[in-house]
Each structure stands twice: as C-alpha cells, then as structure tokens.
Design a protein around this ligand. Sequence first.
Ligand code: CTP
Length: 410
Amino acid sequence: MSERLDLAGKRLVLGLSGGIACYKAAELLRLLVKAGAEVRVVMTEAARQFITPVTMQALSGQPVLSDQWDAGQPNNMAHINLTREADAVVVAPASADLIAKLAQGRADELLSLLCLARPIADCPLLLAPAMNREMWAHPATQRNLAQVRDDGAIVLGPGNGDQACGETGDGRMLEAEELFEDIVSALSPKPLAGERVLITAGPTFEAIDPVRGLTNRSSGKMGFALARAAREAGAQVTLVAGPVHLPTPRGVTRIDVQSAEQMLDAVLPLAATHGLFIATAAVADWRPAKLADHKIKKDGKKVPPGVELSENADILATVAALPRPPFCVGFAAESEQLARHAREKLVRKKLPLVVGNLGPATFGRDDNALLLVDAQGERPLPPDGGTADKLTLARQLVAEIARRRATDAA
Ligand code: CTP
C-alpha cells in the first residue's frame, strides 16, 4: 500500500520555545516531513538549551534559524521570508513566556517576530502550550491565552498527566501524534463546518451468557476513519462504537456500546440533533432470545445447547423512517453482486446513498474499494476504480457527502 502524504505540498514553520517538551518537537518534525511537508524550524535561545539545532536540521533537511540578525538571508528579513512562504506557523512547545509575548504583540526575537509579521488571513498560527500546571492555571496565562485565541491563534491541547517537574495536572504538551492529527485537521478544507455528524462503527456483541456471545469480524476502522475525516472537515462528530480496540479520533465524542439494542438506544435520542447519519456498524441481525444468568455448562450428554434467536431492530432503517430524518448514509457489506444488493438496501431502507464494499475482502484491512450507489447510478471510490487506504476513502466520501448536502441546501 502506498504511503499517504497528508501534508504533501504544505510549507510549515515549526517554532520551538523553551521547555522540556522540546524533545517531542523532534518526533513531530519527523511526522510532518514524512507526511510530505516542507518544514523550516525556528528555535528560541531557550529552546536551544533543551535540544540542539543539529537534531532539527537533520530531521528537516534545512538549516535551523534562531537569529533575527542572521546575515545569511539575502534581504536580512527572515521573519518576512519565512511567513510569506508558509501555509501555517506551528509553535510546539509554546511556553508561557512566548504566549505572553504574542498576547502583547512583542517581537524581540525571531520566533515572536515572525508570528507578529505573518499575514493573519493566509497563515494560521497553531500553538501547542507546554508548561507546569500552576503556570498553566495562573490567571495571567489564561488571560494571555484568551487574548491570543481572540487574535485568531488555534490552541492545541494542552494534555493532562505527569509533568517533568514531578507534579500532575494540565499543561503538558500533546504527544507528537496528537499534534500531527490536529495540524492536518487545522489545514483541511471545512465543507462540513457547522454540521453535526452521527456515526455508528464496529461490530455488536450479543451476549449468550456472561462469557460468550455472537459477534462478527468488523474492525470498526472505516467508521473511525470517517469520524476523523468528518471532524477534519469541520463537523462536530459523535461516534457510537461497538467493541473495538481503536483509539478515539481527536476531537470526536465517543459512546461505547456492546449490543445492537444498546446501539439503538444511544443513536435514537441523538438522531434528531444531527444533520447527517452514517451507519458503518456491522450490527448483528439477531441476538439470543434470552441471556443466561450464568455460564452455560456442558451437561455431560454431549448435546449442544440450542440458542434461540430474536431479530434486532434495524438502526439505520429506524432513523431513516423518523419524521424529520438526518441525511442517512448506509453501508452494504456483501460477498457478491455488490451493486445489486446495495441498490436493494437503498430502496428498502429509503436512503439517499448506500456505500457498498465487499465484506470478506475488507474486514480488518487498512485499504478498501467502495461503490457509491444512489438513485442516479453507481460510481467507484477511489474514482479510478482501484483501492485506497480507509482514511483516504473516508476523506473522499466525506467530500462527496458534503457536496450532496450543499446541493440539497441550494
Ligand atoms: N444496519 C443497522 N442496523 C441493523 C442492521 C444493519 O443500522 N440491525 C445498517 C448497517 O450499519 C449498514 C446497513 O444497515 O449501514 C446495511 O447493513 P447489512 O447488514 O449489510 O444489511 P442488512 O439490512 O442486514 O441485510 P443482509 O443481512 O440481508 O445483507
């Protein structure tokens, strides 16, 4: 599978101010470069006390800048050159002192100078605060943060947990992977801004007794990728997940459930407040008619116990039949005759769009191929009819759904 380049063609300035979290900036830089970004690193004098420019130069493949008086720049204006070329300035770590300077518009060294000199409308400023919990909670820091937010900066985190000083609380810098996800998201187009999206994902587990149950091989990856893509596209996302071992995408509200009945109970009250419902979950069609209180034991007669089944409600069809339903997107996991079965679901469940895929070929895998089926016809995703990783497919599908929503609204 080809490497996905989430930041291909993007030019970033990565600024480091002083803080122990500078060590995480090296890993962040590696992720940014691996994703195709061209990164220029700027370090304050304090940052250079924590890690050396040699590391950042090696990882970015470019000399590190620190000095506003650096004669290496032909026009001697590093702060202008850097920001006119950049798609964003990311400061990680952003110290309490740097945030205070930004709040006041001070510019006495290269990093704060270039933040002030950047074209606000074209070059977003992303700050990843990193500091001791008392410094974070101090009214001066909170005042400064409110000010920089008001001035348009996007504040990423901070996280919560053990701190280098031995204390525990708010203020630690987000991990490199988390920052990376937030940066990709901040630089993504926002065709679903203002939209609320409800997604079901994963299998359901229908208990037979306290230790056994009926389930299926859905991994939840497609639904989780869609939740991430919808959030990147600006939506507020609620993800109702069956039992899966996947991390929650950044900024997504997750509700964990086990059974189809619990999934329905979680989804129904939310359906009215969400404009878009995407049902990727592989919901078990049947559940054991009764749950045994204790583990069913072998009775010595070598006769297996019969398990009587009851049919589960169809969550998607129930939502689609509401008086004012959200825009409902169904998934069809089939083993053959994909287009025919997907269309049959489109009609039976009264949906504007069904996304078909071949179940056995996709469960648990990272790449997939989709077939979009609606009243007009069919078309493949990716559009070239090949395969793509699930996040790429999720982004294409979210863009497609956003286009349809915009057409509906027009
Ligand atoms: N679905 C649902 N609730 C169910 C069953 C299915 O919400 N009880 C949703 C799935 O999330 C998916 C779509 O309906 O979006 C299609 O599910 P699928 O299991 O493929 O279809 P079924 O309607 O169960 O038909 P069949 O089992 O005959 O393929």
